[in-house]
Design a binder for this molecule. Structure first.
Ligand SMILES: *Cc1c(COP(=O)(O)O)cnc(C)c1O
Length: 473
């Protein structure tokens, strides 16, 4: 049954209608005729305007109500209902075949604030269309070279090899450095699984170490402890936009003759000591998946300053085919190429990466200001020495015992949030690769929440998040 405060009769007065609106707090009242059929809708605005035009409070609502209203049928699906509502029409009645009101549909019920959303408001459409019209839609074409040049330059690297995604980028980097069977590769416990999966794809042995308490990134002290004569590489992951301690990691790598492959999938544009992440390692890997800072739909890139490594990656991503002798294969290669259409979108994304990062940062500041008074939560650190983080997903730590309940509450309220990654070492398939004490990553993982970081978020959504946190911690 529909709430009695939501409906009135044609014979009711404007005053009665206003009282009902006051009680139902929906801003509208639905008007029924003598046969209980829906015949009109009056909003608080309709009544206010009527009063200003000389109608009396004792006048009949029937003379004021809107008869050309939007409604849904009880046979309509959710999608049909969603298409009928918007910021102006926030609530619509649902009627059966005899125009009896059976329910209502509200804007709030359908709206979701996504955790991430691509911003394709630059030249993305235009360049992608250009790529299509040129018929160079596969992995040759001008945008590939342009994207590789522009992105490597943006990161302060000499060469870029565009690939099909961030995972193939990591695999390609390991292959190019000849990391394989018998080699150990040190990875952080707190990361997306692609970091460790690619080590296993390369048939090397991952060694999982703990992260730092303040940055949530791989702990250089733990790297040092985990080094053995078989260690060949380290994969630092700049997690949730925060750069790793690259000075220490590069010092350790140099001292022990280890390769460094930076996993920059979550930190495009972040800096360590005024140098962009991705410019430190032997090879660095980026992802352009749809939820990353810039996107090509699916896509990735390997950056390097070594022309030999760049050449090797270009051969390996293209079936291992010789660059001088077509269909002659010197290496067992892969098809890890990016398409020209993806690269076209990437070129356009890169044109406004500065603006995107600025707006993302502003959003994080807005969150931090709103959430500063909330007791019991911890915001991601923004001021670690030498590090200039970027905002990928706004991230907070909440009390561990409340975290899952908070995740549910946010999702029920249309606010899409995510828990942090599970520690790799907690999952059965990776457990045996854990090294030493991994308690910091466990603690952080159990507390972490990624908040909606779409640039289209409304201030009211941030206020709602604040309110839910205050009420439920
Ligand atoms: C997204 C991500 C990847 C993988 O990138 P894909 O393009 O999705 O394959 C690798 N590492 C980290 C840390 C990531 O967040």
């Amino acid at each position: 049954m529909v709430d009695a405060n939501l409906v009135c009769k044609t014979s009711d007065t404007l005053l009665t209608a206003m009282e009902l609106i006051n009680k139902n707090a929906k801003g509208v009242v639905f008007v029924l005729d003598q046969d209980e059929k829906l015949c009109g809708i009056a909003t608080d605005g309709d009544i206010r305007r009527a009063l200003l035009n000389g109608f009396k409070l004792q006048g009949q609502i029937a003379q004021v109500m809107n008869t050309a209203y939007v409604y849904a049928r009880d046979t309509d699906g959710e999608h049909d209902m969603l298409s009928k509502i918007n910021y102006k029409v926030k609530i619509i009645p649902i009627v059966n075949e005899s125009m009896r009101m059976v329910d209502y549909f509200e804007f709030k019920q359908g709206i979701r604030v996504p955790v991430a959303e691509p911003a394709l408001n630059g030249n993305e459409f235009s360049y992608a269309t250009d790529a299509i019209l040129s018929t160079w839609i596969s992995s040759n074409g001008k945008y590939i070279k342009l994207f590789e040049e522009n992105f490597s330059q943006y990161c302060g690297c000499k060469y870029g090899a565009a690939v099909s995604n961030g995972t193939t980028a990591l695999h390609l980097a390991l292959l190019a450095l000849n990391v394989g069977q018998g080699d150990e590769v040190i990875v952080p416990d707190l990361t997306f699984a692609a970091t460790i999966n690619t080590v296993l794809h390369a048939q090397a042995t991952p060694v999982i170490v703990d992260v730092e308490e303040d940055s949530w990134c791989i702990d250089p002290k733990e790297i040092e402890k985990a080094i053995t004569p078989r260690t060949k590489a380290i994969i630092p992951v700049h997690l949730y936009g925060q750069p790793c301690n690259m000075a220490e990691i590069m010092r350790i790598a140099k001292a022990h003759h280890l390769y460094v492959i930076e996993d920059c999938a979550e930190a495009h544009g972040a800096e360590y000591g005024r140098k962009k992440v991705g410019s430190f390692g032997d090879i660095s890997c980026f992802s352009f998946f749809g939820n990353k800072v810039i996107t090509t739909g699916e896509g990735g890139m390997c950056l390097t300053n070594s022309s030999e490594l760049n050449d090797r990656m270009r051969v390996l991503r293209d079936h291992g085919m010789s660059k001088t002798k077509k269909y002659w294969h010197d290496m067992v290669g892969y098809n890890y190429r990016m398409t020209n259409i993806q690269a076209a979108i990437g070129v356009a994304q890169l044109e406004h990466i500065g603006e995107l990062l600025y707006k993302r940062n502003e959003l994080e500041l807005q969150y931090n200001k709103a959430l500063a008074p909330v007791k019991g939560i911890e915001l991601q650190k923004r001021n670690l020495a030498d590090r200039k983080k970027i905002t990928w997903l706004v991230s907070i730590l909440a009390p561990g015992e409340k975290r899952d309940q908070l995740l549910n509450l946010f999702n029920e309220n249309g606010l899409e949030v995510r828990p942090f990654f599970y520690p790799l070492s907690q999952m059965d398939i990776y457990r045996k690769y854990g090294f030493g004490d991994l308690s910091v990553s466990r603690k952080i993982s159990a507390k972490g929440i990624n908040l909606p970081t779409t640039l289209n978020i409304k201030e009211s959504a941030i206020e709602k998040i604040k309110e839910l946190l205050i009420k439920n911690i």
